[in-house]
Write a protein that binds this ligand. Structure first.
Ligand SMILES: *Cc1c(COP(=O)(O)O)cnc(C)c1O
Length: 392
């Protein structure tokens, strides 16, 4: 694409998401001394109030990293070489976490999934019950599988571990759910919550997070995988005084402070119901078009993104290319085994009803021009639904 295009680009991928102007302005700030008093004040505030977003009283370790780094940190801090880890193949991201665990020298077991459903807690419980020697040291699940648009029931996984009387840690990837879909680190008994900056938190990419329970902290004292950059201990120790052991991403932390302010100002309950509205309106549009939702079970529909199955005769990436050329809108691609078969509509983060309507309109118009077999009326179905919903 050459030349200028007027108006804003529509970034409707499920992360990185649109960064609000308030956050952009907070980041656009001269660099400060990361060992000085102004930084100390910033770090103390962010480390304290971030816990309200994770719904935890436990410490949260912040890394200058992608979400992948936060996956690695969760494992290297708590595991030893050869430890068994139970993982669940909800889709592409769960599979990536699994191969990361393999490369770290762990012994992960991946429960096979169909890439259209969430975690089956009974299967996890059965495996844990048969592991009488408690060789499995962690159960790792993805809360919102971003490759499929499927959300898993985390309290059910906690219940499965408890019912099996098992000692494994529970680790949850919330990279595309935190601050869009209800999530509760403490209440749900999660030991390590993995998160990233560039999705519900409305920041650019570049921060990774681990919220860490007491049990995870004691596991970290005994675990022996090598760790240096990712070590929680040094970060937690220096955080006590409002600093970090190495140069933190100072300007992203300024943005994070603003994002926390915005999320708490809106109220997390309102944030979640706004995302529920986007999810429901989008699904109604897709169903009115007569297209298929990738997610099979309505109890597992994701409110942060929707993956749409393309009719077999059409390559989803061709469709996405036309959307980009015609309407300057980016939609998410199919990942892994879903490449070319689905497109994903991101509806999370700094996003409102009219942005959603524009997004759905761009899709419906492109369905027309690219001759995808479909019915009219998806946009109308979304209008009819949104019009009846109370605005937060
Ligand atoms: C985006 C995402 C990741 C990967 O995060 P990176 O920042 O790209 O490393 C992992 N898991 C889930 C569920 C995601 O949505």
């Amino acid at each position: 694409m050459t030349g200028n295009r007027s108006g804003r680009h529509f970034l409707q991928i499920p992360g990185p998401t649109n960064v609000p102007d308030r956050v952009l302005r907070a980041i656009q700030h001269p660099t400060i001394d990361h060992r000085g008093p102004r930084f100390q004040q910033l770090a103390r505030d962010v480390l304290d109030r971030l816990r309200l977003i994770f719904k935890t009283d436990s410490p949260i370790v912040i890394f200058p990293s992608s979400g992948t780094g936060a996956w690695e940190a969760a494992l290297v801090n708590t595991m030893s070489a050869g430890d068994k880890v139970l993982m669940y193949e909800t889709g592409h991201f769960a599979s990536l976490w699994y191969s990361l665990a393999e490369r770290l020298g762990l012994d992960p077991q991946l429960i096979a999934g169909d890439w259209r459903s969430g975690v089956d807690a009974d299967t996890i419980q059965g495996i844990l019950e048969r592991d009488s020697g408690h060789k499995i040291k962690a159960v790792c699940v993805v809360h919102n599988e971003t490759s499929t648009g499927v959300t898993s029931d985390i309290p059910a996984v906690r219940h499965a571990i408890d019912s099996a009387g098992h000692s494994a840690l529970l680790m949850v990837d919330t990279i595309s759910s935190l601050a869009s879909i209800d999530y509760r680190h403490d209440e749900w008994g999660v030991d390590v919550t993995v998160a990233g900056s560039q999705k519900g938190l409305m920041l650019p990419p570049g921060l990774g997070f681990n919220a860490v329970s007491e049990k995870a902290l004691s596991a970290a004292e005994k675990a022996t995988l090598p760790r240096a950059y990712w070590s929680w201990a040094e970060v937690l120790e220096t955080n006590q005084t409002g600093f970090f052991p190495y140069t933190p991403a100072t300007n992203l932390l300024m943005g994070l402070q603003e994002a926390i302010e915005m999320l708490l100002g809106e109220g997390l309950e309102n944030v979640f119901s706004r995302h529920m509205r986007f999810g429901e309106a989008t699904r109604r549009a897709v169903q009115a078009w007569g297209l298929e939702l990738l997610c099979l079970n309505s109890l597992e529909f994701s409110n942060s993104l929707t993956a749409v199955v393309m009719p077999e005769t059409i390559n989803a990436d061709d469709f996405r290319r036309i959307v980009l050329e015609r309407f300057d809108m980016s939609l998410g691609n199919g990942l892994g085994q879903l490449a070319g078969k689905v497109f994903r509509i991101g509806h999370l983060g700094d996003f409102n009803d009219l942005m959603l309507m524009a997004t759905l309109s761009g899709i419906e118009m492109t369905l027309d021009v690219s001759a995808v077999p479909h019915k009219k009326g998806g946009v109308q179905a979304a209008i009819d639904y949104i019009g009846t919903q109370a605005q937060a």
